[in-house]
Ligand binder design. Sequence first.
Ligand SMILES: *Cc1c(COP(=O)(O)O)cnc(C)c1O
Length: 352
Amino acid sequence: MSRFLSSNAAALSPYIPGEQPRDRVFIKLNTNESPYPPAPGVQKAIAGEAERDFALYPDPEATALRQAFARRHSLSPDQVFVGNGSDEVLAFAYMAFFDRGDEIVFPHPSYGFYPVYAGLFGLGARAIPLAEDYSIRLADYQETKGHILIANPNAPTGMALTREEIEKLLAANPHRLVIVDEAYAAFAEDVSCLPLLERYDNLLVIGTFSKSMALAGLRLGYAFSRPEQIAALERVKYSFNPYNVNRLTQLAGVAAVEDEAYHQAIVGRIKATRSRVTQGLEAMGVRVLPSSANFIFASHPRRTGGEFAGALREKGILVRHFVGERTEDFVRVSMGTEEDMELFLKAVEEMA
Ligand SMILES: *Cc1c(COP(=O)(O)O)cnc(C)c1O
């Protein structure tokens, strides 16, 4: 470790990304990427970008992308913020809305980055345990002391709150910002709280192109909110990295946003795969939480999560196991193609 390391950096517990193997070909079901390629228009849009333009900075306002995105969701462009992955957008939200020493409230288990950023920015973090059945208990979030951050559907459980439940949360906490991370909302049944923006100024919706839009490698995330909240994010961005979304990603984003039909088709396939895999596992006695995401959270009747993941790895299949009391017995399995998941089910059957 560097002898110049700041005490702040020394105290961090950094996020640990899922493995991206290079040495061996695995069926990769460990990081919730799309098993299908991006919309066909994406490649065309990128190929059309003249190489000489790479010498020039991208549009810091990402005008075309924000306009296309706003049009698609019937918002105005000043309600749209874009960033280098939604992790960055989340970091900007922490910087824009929280002061050192403030407390941020989120469920546990949930997305591992939430407490990591709290450490990085010197915030207090209150992790509220999920209920026995792994659902989020709304009653635990009434008039909280700090701003609220909820992934809906939640990760790694895949379980979703309804829009009505999110609305109750917004109404119960009018003086708190409620950030809803909708990384997986496209895979759920109409849970996005975008329609609530009209009525609630304490709502910030965060989303990503990494999962349902199949663009994890290009890094594109976004936030939707009232213009004053978006302006706060812009303030931070122009104090940190004005060119946070590169040229290729801006072009790809526009092309992706404009092909709604393609994304509906791949999301539909993934949802169909999810129900088949759930049924297949349950028939073998594996417990599967009800998922509204592109992954399932599953617990083997005779193996710990670590053992289950290890046995699958030996058969060339990567899934994710999270160390921790509530996650110990489970593995998170991203939905691959139909063929991938046939092989996955066969592997589980063989080890039963
Ligand atoms: C994958 C994921 C993200 C991060 O998405 P990027 O845009 O790739 O940074 C954010 N939140 C949750 C809950 C996720 O699962």
